[in-house]
Design a protein around this ligand. Structure first.
Ligand code: NAI
Length: 342
């Protein structure tokens, strides 16, 4: 039930404003890429969190106005802006969670891997600063291709001698959010109750919703499984095409990132029942990184839930075998990039 607290909070927004001041705000959060399409609405949602005391917004440009604007909201957190690499260290000092949506988004016809050449370097540079200034922070990577940028981040942190695999996360929450929405619509379920685990990675066929593990339990025809799986895998492309050149998912992504952040903060705050899907270092398959449900605690990943991979349907088992080939290539591409740059 707690898994859905962010959704419930959004649902009950009108009632929560009076509660906001009763919870002790104590965590420091930095958003890198905060002036962007995701960064701005994400910053707004984080500004509303009762658990956040300090909100640090960093970008290479245009972040001053975003911070000034947000700072007028009468919620507890203090907002500060940081522009350009010379202010990055100060942005990161003492931070508990760093969220990274910096980088370029897709345009129609592009895959997430087409972003590699630009975003790989951006993530590498930002993670170097994280390693130097807040090596104990939880790191949430949104910048695509997540299947490669997370392995890049791990390599950079290793090179700096501060890699903690329990605290590095590729954010795949949007895949879960989409799966929950599409399944609830298709099966006429109460949206707030639906939970579909999504495993693998975060690009095309590497996104594998486990519809057979939907809660509350639901039955699907083969056609429904195929249609829903395809729609969840291509949800990002649906938005890219609708935006017709103006970018990719930003609002739903900000919502998903805020949910994942809220879960992380609750875990840091000592809540012992926090589960989310995320792309993390993993031993549930032979691949070094894999998205699956994880239990979050004060020290990061407390457990990777491998039982979701048991008792898969034939369709899911086949999807898993196919996705591993592509995911392996994307992971290796990230590792090779980081090692070449070292
Ligand atoms: P955007 O272009 O609107 O914003 C990106 C921001 O990053 C800009 O403000 C830009 O100034 C900033 N930036 C660029 N280089 C930087 C650097 N070196 N340091 C700090 N900031 C820098 O893009 P949008 O739509 O916000 O997307 C951001 C990323 O998120 C893209 O890579 C996109 O593919 C990814 N994404 C990931 C999703 C996921 O589910 N994980 C879903 C949707 C998008």
């Amino acid at each position: 039930v707690l898994r859905h607290s962010f959704a419930r909070k959004a649902h009950n927004l009108s009632q929560t404003s009076s509660n906001v001041l009763q919870v002790k705000a104590s965590f420091k959060v930095a958003i890198l890429g905060a002036a962007g399409g995701i960064g701005q609405p994400l910053a707004l949602l984080v500004k509303m969190s009762p658990l956040v005391s300090d909100l640090h917004l960093y970008d290479i440009a245009n972040v001053k106005g975003v911070a000034a604007d947000l700072s007028h909201c009468n919620t507890p957190s203090q907002v500060r802006d940081f522009t350009g690499s010379e202010e990055l260290a100060n942005c990161l000092k003492g931070v508990d969670v760093v969220v990274i949506p910096a980088g370029v988004p897709r345009k129609p016809g592009m895959t997430r891997d087409d972003l590699f050449n630009i975003n790989a370097g951006i993530v590498k540079t930002l993670i170097e600063a994280v390693a130097d200034n807040c090596p104990d922070a939880f790191i949430h990577i949104i910048s695509n291709p997540v299947n490669s940028t997370v392995p890049i981040a791990a390599e950079v942190l290793k090179q700096k001698g501060v890699y903690n695999p329990k605290k590095l996360f590729g954010v795949t929450t949007l895949d879960v959010v989409r799966a929950n929405t599409f399944v609830a619509q298709k099966k006429n379920l109460k949206l707030i109750d639906v939970d579909v685990p999504v495993i693998g990675g975060h690009a095309g066929i590497t996104i594998l919703p486990l519809l057979s593990k939907t809660k509350p339990s639901a039955t699907f025809t083969d056609q429904e499984v195929n249609d829903l799986t395809n729609r969840i895998q291509n949800g990002g492309t649906e938005v890219v095409e609708a935006k017709a050149g103006a970018g990719s998912a930003t609002l739903s992504m900000a919502y998903a990132a805020a949910r994942f952040l809220e879960s992380s903060l609750r875990a840091l705050d000592g809540d012992s029942d926090v589960y989310e899907c995320a792309f993390v270092q993993s031993e549930v398959t032979e691949l070094p990184f894999f998205a699956s449900r994880v239990k979050l605690g004060k020290k990061g990943v407390e457990a990777v839930i491998s039982s979701d991979l048991e008792g898969l349907t034939e369709y899911e088992a086949k999807g898993l075998e196919v996705l591993k080939v592509e995911l392996k290539g994307s992971i290796e591409k990230g590792v090779a990039f980081a090692q070449k740059q070292a």
